[in-house]
Design a protein around this ligand. Structure first.
Ligand SMILES: C[S@@+](CC[C@H](N)C(=O)[O-])C[C@H]1O[C@@H](n2cnc3c(N)ncnc32)[C@H](O)[C@@H]1O
Length: 241
């Protein structure tokens, strides 16, 4: 089994890039929270719509979004969202692939709208896809209905019939943990479309993700940087071109 290189959070391959835009003022946020999560989340969306090119959503905006979106058990944690956002700015992609949609899609879509890249998100759970779609106004995102299908010893999103470009960044927070083969399918199914891309895999502390990383390294020559200093752990992965 290959050894996976461990890094600490500050030494992540994705460098802290652009400055943050000022977050929403704490007083406004607290007032929003008192009036209820839905209204407070609308404040977050409003703030994200005003994002300017080259600017990152502030820490307070991300923190507040994760508390008011209302799906904490499944949502990415603020550290993962921040790392993805930084990668999206420093990499300056043309196209971004997301596996599994939610809060991360909302941030990626806002950054895409402000900075001129497109986001393609694969989602197998149709009611969930509709919920995410309802809050997305950005034209920069394609939230694709892609049920899971069997590829032998693993399952992955069915992308047959979907035309996809080459991707420079992949946000991989799906499919769900109990899926057969976990997130292994990204490498064999997406193949050359993601070679050379910066891949951000969430939940790297989980046994399932550790097994996927080892298999990617073994079978697909993946180069893996682990960041285990955050709650769920994340990995930054690259497949050779
Ligand atoms: C870890 S979640 C993706 C979360 C997303 N990156 C975010 O930040 O919100 C992976 C998948 O779980 C499913 N999912 C999300 N919320 C769910 C819920 N409350 N109950 C069951 N499945 C859910 C969706 O199909 C989603 O694509």
């Amino acid at each position: 089994m290959p050894t996976l290189k461990r890094r600490n959070a500050t030494a992540c391959a994705v460098t802290p890039g652009a400055p943050s835009s000022a977050g929403i003022g704490m007083r406004t946020l607290r007032a929003g929270a008192r009036r209820g999560g839905a209204l407070a989340f609308r404040l977050v969306l409003w703030r994200l719509r005003m994002l300017r090119p080259g600017r990152l959503p502030g820490r307070v905006t991300i923190w507040f979004a994760s508390r008011t979106w209302g799906n904490r058990g499944f949502s990415a944690d603020p550290h993962y969202i921040r790392t993805c956002n930084r990668a999206l700015l420093t990499t300056a992609p043309t196209n971004v692939l997301e596996c599994g949609s939610g809060l991360t899609t909302i941030f990626a879509a806002s950054l895409g709208e402000a900075n001129g890249f497109s986001v393609y998100a694969l989602e197998d759970h149709e009611p969930w896809r509709r919920r995410v779609q309802n809050v997305l106004s950005a034209a920069a995102v394609h939230l694709l209905p892609t049920p899971l299908t069997s590829f032998g010893d693993f399952e992955w999103y069915d992308i047959s019939g979907v035309e996809l470009p080459d991707f420079q960044v992949v946000i991989c927070d799906g499919p769900r943990g109990q899926t057969r083969g976990g997130r292994y399918g990204l490498a064999p199914v997406m193949g050359s479309k993601i070679s050379g891309a910066t891949i951000l895999l969430d939940d790297a502390r989980r046994q399932g993700e550790q097994a996927v990383l080892a298999r990617w390294a073994d079978e697909h020559a993946a180069v893996v940087d682990l960041d285990l200093d955050c709650k769920k752990g994340l990995a930054i992965v690259r497949f050779p071109t």
